[in-house]
Design a protein around this ligand. Structure first.
Ligand code: EPZ
Length: 418
């Protein structure tokens, strides 16, 4: 097991560069198999989710060449074999192979995906989308077979603006006969990044980033070179860390527009920020912060993936703040550990009430999932004394070189294997 140890309450200054977005990368890698030639993706983060997807590519006999920050994927000799549970359960995003393999071979056999335990995480909308395109879905002991004689464009309305279903349907529809319209599509920047990638290969997708996406099927997809967008959740996490204990902490390689909802909440709390074209500087972290309320929502609303780190910040606000989680049913697992560190937070149904300000003191805590782990790192940096975070593997799934990045701005942090 990996353990992160932090000696907290140190001021952080300098610059942190943001890596490529995890949630774009994890869709781009499966999407790459749709090319009939070769796809190059650069700015790929070195995180364990990337490794897990490359392992699946190798299982499928796809040629993968990895150098620092870039991946060259050549599927010309690939074989459409069953994706075994030991691979699919490593991460949620393995489900993008469903859409991609279905789109390319009209058939996919794989087990239910894994990922963070933050809710039930059904895939019914993905499967309904595939069925609308003409596929037949069978499920036997969590092993899904999705196949079609022919995929035909269709009008698909999503009951929920699901990120995963929107991307998966795009992947399946890109080579279907005719036109597919996805209504109530999710609008996250990662979806735009994936649509751009497919269009560079020769797909005909319009409307990505709006709630109606139109996909005109094409027969073949060619060679392309593409760049992953900066990770807005990683950026938000470090900006929150800056708000907790930063002084002139620059977060570089950011698209500020992607984190508008976070930035306006930080200004409401009373933080002083300098927002540039591709960076954010947390100028200082005032002694007294104002309380505020957040409610997670689909993009461009407040990102659920930043809710857990943001809750740490609210422990410093002077008064009562409210955090409503509307996306995932089980995303307050960080709260008992924040309370163990000294916070005063109560959770009822999907709402947490944070009574601040409270002093945090280091102790042993658990990274129960990826963003809960990020919240523990943020809390450990704020707390007096030593914080030990067990199950730190979760954190490495989504934060490239987190220990090195934080050390470079003055944090006392180490990672160990025990
Ligand atoms: C993506 O998950 C992200 N993961 C999540 O990030 C993120 O929290 C989430 O979008 C919301 O922004 C990846 O991109 C790999 P959804 P996804 O489908 O696509 C329900 C992180 O920390 N739903 O938009 O799985 C679902 O239960 C991770 O980086 C159905 O009911 O999320 C949820 O309540 C965690 N049926 C809501 O929709 C479906 O078929 C939104 O889920 C699909 C989803």
């Amino acid at each position: 097991m990996k353990v992160i140890e932090i000696e907290g309450a140190r001021q952080l200054s300098g610059a942190i560069r943001i890596s490529g977005a995890k949630n774009a990368t994890v869709a781009l890698i499966p999407a790459a198999i749709l090319t009939d030639e070769e796809a190059t993706i650069c700015n790929v983060p070195e995180i364990t989710d990337t490794d897990a997807l490359c392992d699946i590519l190798k299982q499928l006999s796809v040629n993968v060449n990895r150098s620092t920050e870039s991946l060259v994927i050549n599927p010309q000799n690939m074989k459409n074999v069953e994706i075994k549970e030991e691979y699919s359960k490593k991460l949620r995003a393995s489900y993008y192979f469903m859409g991609a393999l279905l789109g390319k071979f009209k058939k996919v056999v794989m087990h239910f995906p894994g990922g963070c335990s933050i809710g039930a995480r059904p895939i019914d909308l993905h499967l309904k989308g595939f069925e609308a395109l003409g596929a037949k879905v069978t499920n036997e002991k969590n092993k899904y077979t999705v196949e079609a004689k022919e995929l035909r464009g269709a009008n698909i309305y999503l009951d929920i603006a699901s990120v995963g279903a929107t991307i998966n349907i795009m992947l399946a529809a890109v080579k279907a006969k005719g036109t597919t319209i996805i209504d109530n599509a999710a609008k996250e920047p990662e979806i735009v990044n994936v649509a751009t990638f497919l269009n560079l290969m020769g797909a005909k997708i319009t409307g990505a980033g709006t709630s109606t996406i139109k996909i005109e099927g094409v027969d073949r997809l060619g060679k392309c070179f593409h760049e992953v967008i900066p990770d807005r959740i990683e950026a938000g996490t470090y900006i929150i860390i800056g708000a907790l204990c930063g002084h002139n902490l620059k977060i570089d390689n950011v698209i500020p527009e992607h984190i508008d909802s976070l930035l306006s909440k930080l200004e409401e709390l009373g933080l002083h920020l300098e927002i540039g074209a591709d960076y954010v500087i947390v100028l200082d972290s005032p002694k007294e912060l104002k309380p505020t309320n957040i409610k997670t929502a689909v993009y461009p609303g407040f990102a659920t993936d930043l809710q857990q780190p943001f809750t740490v910040l609210l422990t410093r606000a002077n008064g009562k703040s409210k955090v409503e989680e509307t996306i995932w049913e089980n995303r307050f697992m960080h709260v008992p550990y924040l309370n163990k560190l000294g916070a005063n937070i109560t959770v009822k149904n999907q709402t947490a009430i944070v009574q601040g300000p409270t002093e945090l003191k280091g102790c042993e805590v658990v990274a129960t999932d990826l963003r809960a782990g990020a919240a523990m790192v943020a809390a450990g940096l704020l707390a007096e004394g030593k914080t030990t975070i067990t199950n730190a593997e979760h954190i490495l799934r989504g934060y490239e070189q987190i220990v090195e990045k934080l050390k470079s701005v003055g944090a006392k942090i180490v990672i160990k294997e025990i």
